[in-house]
Structures are given as structure tokens and as C-alpha cells.
Write a protein that binds this ligand. Structure first.
Ligand SMILES: [Zn+2]
Ligand SMILES: [Zn+2]
Length: 260
């Protein structure tokens, strides 16, 4: 049986996002918001990289999730999954990917080369944003860029042992940030914006009762409206209350984690 071996984090935050799962003979990317040099350096360090089948799941069309797509698709053979309306935008913007894109709908499960991916809707100011649960033996969920979490998302994430979860901002810190114009604050705080620390912990609490969650990565963390002073105590809370291990991801810090 296939299993998820490793999670590689190439970037996580408002300037760029890219995750890669190693699943036997697959490399499964979620978002491609990093430059080609970073991807090349990463892939050249993976043994037998050229033999591994590459698949890319795009969550939505915002720049921090697709900035590296064109050059990645130029240099590497891969299938690209996204929602229909997202694909319309991507194929209009990025040359040379038309033949390789595949549509995935919310609540659809695609099975492919020994793993499965289930998509679910997000609540974000993009045309058709999706989160994903990737399964191969175990399951890992990706939930970022959502202004709120829903019962449907929680249901989709019940099977996940691991979760990459948006903890974008501390609400008070954002409200008191004098550098941010009021419209930007309103956007981030809206139900189509980004998930706050407290909302994220609400989801962890729910999943601790109904799910299989063991490990949670705090992702898409704002460099201006959040910080360890807020996230470390929340991590301690998750560990103490639910036995869930947490890790804070940083914007451009490459990290790799063994998941099996
Ligand atoms: Zn984003
Ligand atoms: Zn976004």
C-alpha cells in the first residue's frame, strides 16, 4: 500500500505558498507560489526526481499561490488540477498548460497513481477556491485562504491525521495595526478573507472530538499581524488539551517533515 512519506514546505504565507508531498513514486504539490530556482534546488535534492510522477493541485488564482506556475510547467511534466473557473483564469494567463490541466469539483475525489485527492470549497475572495485532502495510507488536509471554516470543511477533514491549517492573524493585532488601511483590515477579517488564530483553534477543537488529527501545521501566518507570542501558547493548548502536536511554518523557510 502507498503511504505519505514526507511533507516538504517550500513557502507558506502571503508572499508565497508551496507544499510538496512525497508519496512513493509521486511528488504531489499543493500550490506553486515560489520561484523556479527554489523549485529546481528542491527537486535536484530529491533522489530519482525525474522518475517521480508530478501532480499539482492549485487552491486558487491569487498570485501568492501561482506565481511560479508558468516556469514550473515549462520545465517539469505534471498534471495540474484546479476548479473549473480557476482553470479558466490560469489557462488564460499562463501559456503552455492547456493540455495538462484537469478539472476537480468541490466534494469530488480523484484517484490517481496510488493516491486520492478530495477537494472541498473554501470561503475566500477568489473565483472558486478549493482546499484538499490527500490520502495514501494516511491523510493530510490543506486548509488555507478561507475567511471562515464550515461544517462541510470539518467533515471533509475528519479523516486527516495531519492538517496544514491557516492561522493568519491575531484579531487584536490586526485591528491595532496602524500600517494597514481599513479596507484591507475589513477584507482580511471578512468571511471571504483569512482565518484568524482563534477560528483555527476552533476547528482544531472540533476535529479533536470528531476526527483523527494528530499533528497540525500553522500556515499562511501573517508577518505583520501574528507572531510566536500568539501562536506558541495556542500550540501548547492544542498539545495539552488534545495531544495534538503543532508546528509554526514561516514564509520562506524550507522545512521537511517525516509523516509515516
Ligand atoms: Zn494566500
Ligand atoms: Zn488568497
Amino acid at each position: 500500500m502507498n503511504s505519505i512519506l514526507k511533507l516538504h514546505v517550500l513557502a507558506s504565507g502571503s508572499k508565497g505558498n508551496c507544499y510538496c508531498l512525497q508519496v512513493d513514486n509521486n511528488l504531489i504539490f499543493v500550490d506553486m507560489g515560489v520561484g523556479i530556482r527554489k523549485i529546481q534546488a528542491f527537486l535536484s535534492a530529491i533522489p530519482n526526481e525525474a522518475q517521480l510522477k508530478k501532480t499539482l493541485f492549485i487552491t486558487h488564482e491569487h498570485f501568492d499561490h501561482i506565481s511560479g506556475l508558468e516556469l514550473f510547467a515549462r520545465d517539469y511534466d505534471c498534471l495540474i488540477y484546479a476548479a473549473n473557473r480557476t482553470l479558466e483564469i490560469l489557462t488564460g494567463k499562463v501559456s503552455g498548460i492547456k493540455e495538462r490541466v484537469r478539472r476537480i469539483r468541490a466534494d469530488e475525489i480523484v484517484e490517481f497513481n496510488g493516491f486520492s485527492a478530495r477537494a472541498f470549497s473554501l470561503s475566500h475572495d477568489a473565483v472558486e477556491p478549493l482546499g484538499y485532502v490527500i490520502s495514501a495510507g494516511s491523510s493530510i488536509g490543506f486548509l488555507t485562504d478561507t475567511g471562515c471554516w464550515t461544517d462541510a470543511q470539518a467533515k471533509a477533514l475528519e479523516c486527516a491525521e495531519t492538517l496544514v491549517l491557516e492561522t493568519n492573524h491575531d484579531v487584536e493585532m490586526l485591528r491595532n495595526n496602524k500600517q494597514y488601511p481599513p479596507e484591507l483590515k475589513r477584507r482580511i477579517l471578512s468571511p471571504q478573507g483569512h482565518l484568524s488564530n482563534n477560528e483555527a483553534i476552533g476547528l482544531v477543537t472540533t476535529l479533536s472530538c470528531n476526527g483523527k488529527l494528530k499533528s497540525c501545521f500553522f500556515a499562511h501566518v501573517s508577518q505583520h499581524n501574528n507572531g510566536e507570542a500568539h501562536l506558541l501558547p495556542l500550540g501548547e493548548f492544542c498539545q495539552k488539551q488534545f495531544g495534538i502536536k503543532t508546528t509554526i511554518l514561516r514564509q520562506d523557510e524550507y522545512r521537511e517533515f517525516n509523516l509515516n
